[in-house]
Design a protein around this ligand. Structure first.
Ligand code: AMP
Ligand code: MG
Length: 304
């Protein structure tokens, strides 16, 4: 990509991402973010947004190539959301230009008996991206402060000694997560977290679509309706989670999710914003290594 166009695109990306980046949780209120927000872009701008997204995806591929070659940093992208908010589609679209060798996606569902025999971070730690890679968590250890908080019987299943389960358990988990993410940052693993914020009304529309369109039926689970009934509890849990775990090293992006085209642009923009901040470059070879390359070239050319 031409460097002029690239500079412009990066500037625009930062403009799409920064309004939704939360680095200081204390003052965060979920009601300040409108799920229908499109930063004043109307549906007439959709095509231009799609064009910008495909350029953004190209740029992401360039960054990822350098990340991989440099083999120093790793990027961990965590996605959390209510059902039908568009996690899977966003991951699919935004990462579509990425070299699969440099990327790993892990989905965290209800924990297995083996998972429940360990602390709540254990299963996620095993899936951390290697240096040079982008790791994507489709749900994460944050579920242990969300679904487990909304359904206290799940906490019982976690086999924690009862004397360790007190009224401060969520505050303790948030503190442990903050420290853990700080530890990751100190080790060159950059953590960025996305809450795709869909409205209850739009979720209903998407559930109905899943029920009505045969090609979408497979996406529907009866459990989704049961969880919808706990909407307000979930919103409280999400807000509290963001208030306690949004930090400078590991910010949350609370991304409006009622318009899929906008969600994808904002998420791609946030990843671009993050990768730009790493000042990625291809490894610079030493004088000796360059001499070796020259010798290899001469040897090949003299083969005749
Ligand atoms: P889905 O991502 O739609 O396939 O659903 C996965 C389900 O696993 C969701 O209902 C999550 O709430 C649930 N889940 C993920 N992590 C946990 C956890 N730590 N404890 C209990 N349920 C979980
Ligand atoms: Mg689901």
């Amino acid at each position: 990509m031409q460097s002029n166009g690239k500079h412009d695109l990066i500037k625009r990306a930062c403009g799409f991402a920064s309004p939704f980046r939360i680095e200081r949780g204390e003052e965060f209120r979920l009601r300040d973010i409108d799920p229908g927000d499109t930063l004043h872009l109307g549906s007439e701008d959709k095509d231009r947004a799609r064009e910008a997204l495909s350029m953004g995806i190209e740029l992401l591929a360039e960054f990822q190539d350098k990340l991989y070659a440099q083999d120093r940093w790793a990027l961990l992208l965590i996605f959390q959301a209510m059902d039908a908010a568009g996690k899977d589609g966003t991951i699919k679209h935004v990462m579509s230009g990425i070299n699969p060798q440099g990327c790993q996606v892990s989905s965290f569902k209800a924990p297995s008996p083996v998972d429940l025999d360990h602390d709540f971070l254990w299963r996620c730690m095993q899936q951390l991206p290697e240096r040079g890679r982008i790791g994507i968590f489709n749900r994460s250890y944050y579920e242990d402060t969300l679904v487990v908080r909304v359904h206290p019987e799940l906490l019982q299943q976690q086999k924690i000694p009862p004397e360790l389960v007190g009224k401060d358990i969520w505050k303790e988990r948030f503190r442990d997560i903050r420290h853990y993410e700080n530890y990751l940052a100190n080790n060159g693993i950059i953590v960025r977290k996305f809450f795709l914020h869909v409205s209850k009304k739009e979720q209903k529309r998407r559930f109905l679509e899943r029920l009505e369109k045969p090609e979408k039926n497979w996406k529907f689970s009866a459990n989704d309706i049961r969880e919808r009934a706990f909407w307000d509890d979930y919103m409280e849990a999400y807000e509290d989670m963001i208030r306690h775990t949004a930090t400078k090293e590991a910010p949350w992006y609370v991304v409006p999710a009622d318009n899929k085209w906008f969600t994808r642009v904002a998420v791609a923009a946030a990843i671009i914003e993050t990768l730009v901040s790493l000042d990625l470059h291809y490894p610079k070879l030493s004088k000796e290594a360059l001499e070796q390359l020259d010798q290899a070239k001469q040897a090949l050319l003299s083969e005749g």
